[in-house]
Structure formats: structure tokens, C-alpha cells
Design a protein around this ligand. Structure first.
Ligand SMILES: [Zn+2]
Length: 434
């Protein structure tokens, strides 16, 4: 059984035909940038692209290149030809600015419509958008794509949890999208108001903009009684809609007639074959305002070109393990926060609300995991009592499980309900104690 496909011609194209299209579009994109962007002219004027296999010979583009050419230095069109500008929040200094021609916005709507339909959206469905609107691409990206797919959009944006609770109950949307942590916070707040989120009638959800695991997926699906799908994107490439999960949920289908994926070794930059874990590198094939050639996303994943049972023939990426710069080194062991999340959610009696505290005051960094107990455990202990034997036993069990899975001695500390800060956007999972 396979569900509808938004653009069957593009999404089920034979691999050889798609490869030919990719090569043609890649050549056009390189020619476009060489003609219009001095940065690329210097680097690519001598490039020869006889086959897709020649791509790894081209130099990478990095986030620092965007910052160094702030705000419009990498643009291939004058600002008068831009239909819109977005920017990603600059945690270090100036934001990263991206722009779209009217045609680029059209591509964005198309790929978002594909991702929505693959996740179960149907014409006439109402979609509650809990991604932020503004310079961040999440809200408007979903908004435009959902309109294109024939959905009714409720542009709630992030924040203001009380308004989400009210509108979800009164409007009863079929679809929900937002960051996984915010959506879980919404579910928890509904329960606190005596509302079972499963009675809202939400059928499907698309969640992303932060790494999340299958453990969190199960928590969201249990909370809302819906199917939860992963979506991937980044503003430098287009925003959400670069890739998304179909009903098989065996990786995220990359819209690879528009974005060409590669996997490279994050340390050396060497190209890696399908199936090997490494850093995702993306090249835009159709974007005109600010094309990206071999952009280092920083995201760690694997790539597969095996057929998917949904009938789509595009390449798929595995769910993200995290960003290369999110990796923690604790006592010489490399660890992604997502690995801790997976291990933690495999332990009974814990809630998916946790915080990793990295203590660098000692000679060797130590990791403490703070996590909230599940209601069942609280009931057995008659409230939160840190010294209750049952609480201590769960704490011990969690620490042992984490040691088995990560190979690392980790301190697990149960904390009172609502101690871990709830996020109305992207969750903070790691704090440093220095
Ligand atoms: Zn599929």
C-alpha cells in the first residue's frame, strides 16, 4: 500500500533519467554562479563537469563563506530581483542571510508540498503551524508549501503556548508541525489542563529543526495518537523541504532533482560511498538567487539510493545523528546528544525532558544527565522525593543503561517535574558547567 505522491513524474523518475537531469542542472548552476558571483568565479572557472562523479573535485562552500560575504556577497542576482530574504539567527555575530527569486520560492513551495503529502497531508486538511514565523524559514516555508498542497493553514507560529492549546482544541487540525520539543511541551500542557491530546484528532505531524530520535517520535505519537514524520532542511539550501519521510519512514527522501546530496568525511572532506556515516554536503540544482555549490551542512547522517517501498526513487538520508559541532568529547569518548536521548528513552519511568550538563571544571570533562521522572514513578513514590529507594533504583538503572549504550560512565540525576526548561522553539539539550 502506498499513499499519494505529489509529483509522481519527478518523485518516481528512473534513476538514470534523474542522474542526467542532475548533471544538466549542475552544469547550469555552476555556469550561473561563475558568470554572476565573483567568489565562485575564482573557484570554479576552470571546473570541468563531464559526469556527476566530477563533483567531488569542486571546492566546498561553508557557513563562514556566507558570513564573510555578509549580507549579499554570494548572491547571483541584484536585490531588486529578490522576492524575499530570510536569515538564520547568528549565535556568533552576524546572521546568515539568504534570498529567493520568485522562481526560488516556487521551487520551495513544490518541495514542501512533496514532503507534506509524503507525510500524509491531504487536500482540505487543516495544518497547525507551530514553527516560528519571521526571518527563520520554518514557519513561512511550511505555510507556503501547505497552501500549494491545498491545505488550510493556521499560522500560529512558535511561543505563546496558551494560544496553541486553545486553537488545537477549537480548530481540531488534521496536521501539526513544529519542533519536537515544543510539540511535546504542548502535549504536556494539554494534559495538565485535563485534556487528552489524543482526542484532538491530529492524524499526522511533521517535526524537525532540531535533532530528535525514534524514542522522541514514540513519545509524540503516544501523546497525540498521530503519525510523526521527520522533515529536514536548512536556510542556506532553501529552508524546510530539502528532505522528508514518507509513510515507510525508512529515511528521509531528498528532493534530489533540486538538491544534490553527498556524504563526506567530516575531518578530511573525502567523499564517502552510500551507507557510510559522515557529513551531509548539498548542492542546489535550481536555485537562482543564492546557489550553493557543495555546501557543508555540518549534519551527520548516511545516504542510501536503495529503492523505497513507497515508490519514490530519490536518494534518502538517515535521520540526523546531530551536527558535527554538537559532538561532545567526554573522557575521550565521542558522543552525540541524540545517542544519550536514544538510551535515555529506552529506560522505563523517565520522561522525554532531559538536559546534558557537561562539567569541565575537573581535569577530564564529566557528563551529568538530568531527567524528569514519569508520572507513574511519581505516583509510586507519592510525589518527587529524590531519596526515595524507587527513585534511586531508576537513577541507577538509567546510569547502567547509558554506560552499556555509550560506553561512558554518566551520572544520572532525577530532577523534579518541570525543572528542565521547556522550549517554545528549538530545545537547549546541553549546558556547560565551567
Ligand atoms: Zn519512501
Amino acid at each position: 500500500m502506498t499513499g499519494p505522491i505529489w509529483n509522481p513524474e519527478a518523485e518516481t523518475q528512473a534513476p538514470a533519467a534523474r542522474a542526467a537531469l542532475q548533471l544538466e542542472r549542475l552544469r547550469q548552476t555552476v555556469a550561473w554562479t561563475v558568470e554572476r558571483v565573483p567568489f565562485y568565479r575564482e573557484r570554479l572557472a576552470a571546473a570541468r563537469l563531464r559526469a556527476l562523479e566530477d563533483l567531488p573535485a569542486l571546492p566546498f562552500t561553508r557557513k563562514t563563506d556566507l558570513r564573510e560575504h555578509y549580507p549579499f556577497g554570494l548572491f547571483a542576482v541584484p536585490t531588486s530581483e529578490l522576492a524575499r530574504v530570510h536569515a538564520s539567527s547568528g549565535t556568533k555575530g552576524k546572521p546568515t542571510v539568504v534570498g529567493y527569486t520568485a522562481g526560488d520560492l516556487d521551487v520551495w513551495r513544490e518541495v514542501m508540498a512533496r514532503v507534506l503529502v509524503a507525510a500524509g497531508a491531504r487536500r482540505g486538511d487543516m495544518l497547525h503551524v507551530a514553527f516560528g514565523y519571521g526571518l527563520f524559514t520554518g514557519g513561512l516555508g511550511f505555510h507556503d508549501g501547505a497552501e500549494r498542497a491545498g491545505l488550510t493553514v493556521v499560522p500560529v507560529s512558535s511561543g505563546n503556548t496558551a494560544r496553541h492549546l486553545l486553537l488545537l482544541q477549537d480548530f481540531r487540525p488534521a496536521g501539526l508541525c513544529g519542533t519536537p520539543s515544543f510539540v511535546l511541551h504542548i502535549a504536556e500542557s494539554l494534559v495538565e489542563q485535563g485534556v487528552d491530546p489524543r482526542t484532538l484528532g491530529i492524524r499526522w505531524g511533521l517535526f524537525g529543526a532540531e535533532p530528535w530520535t525514534d524514542g522522541l517520535r514514540i513519545a509524540i505519537e503516544r501523546a497525540f495518537g498521530c503519525r510523526a514524520h521527520d522533515v529536514y532542511g536548512l536556510s542556506e539550501i532553501i529552508g524546510p523541504g530539502v528532505a522528508g519521510e514518507c509513510e515507510a519512514r525508512a529515511g528521509l527522501h531528498v528532493c534530489d532533482d533540486h538538491f544534490l546530496p553527498e556524504i563526506v568525511d567530516p575531518a578530511t572532506g573525502a567523499a564517502l560511498p552510500p551507507g557510510r556515516e559522515g557529513e551531509l554536503v548539498l548542492t542546489t540544482l535550481t536555485k537562482r538567487a543564492i546557489p550553493m555549490i557543495r555546501y557543508r551542512t555540518g549534519d551527520i547522517t548516511t545516504l542510501t539510493t536503495e529503492p523505497c517501498r513507497c515508490g519514490r526513487t530519490s536518494a534518502r538520508i538517515a535521520r540526523l545523528k546531530g551536527r558535527a559541532d554538537d559532538m561532545l568529547i567526554i573522557k575521550g569518548v565521542n558522543l552525540y546528544p541524540s545517542e544519550v536521548e536514544t538510551a535515555l528513552l529506552g529506560v522505563e519511568d523517565l520522561q522525554p525532558h532531559y538536559l546534558l550538563v557537561v562539567d569541565r571544571t575537573a581535569t577530564l570533562a564529566r557528563l551529568e544527565v538530568q531527567v524528569e521522572p514519569a508520572p507513574a514513578l511519581l505516583a509510586r513514590c507519592e510525589g518527587f522525593r529524590a531519596d526515595h529507594p524507587e527513585m534511586l533504583a531508576v537513577q541507577r538503572r538509567a546510569a547502567e543503561h547509558l554506560r552499556r549504550v555509550t560506553g561512558l560512565g554518566v551520572d544520572v540525576v532525577l530532577v523534579a517535574p518541570r525543572t528542565i526548561p521547556r522550549s517554545e522553539g528549538k530545545a537547549v539539550r546541553v549546558v556547560e558547567r565551567t
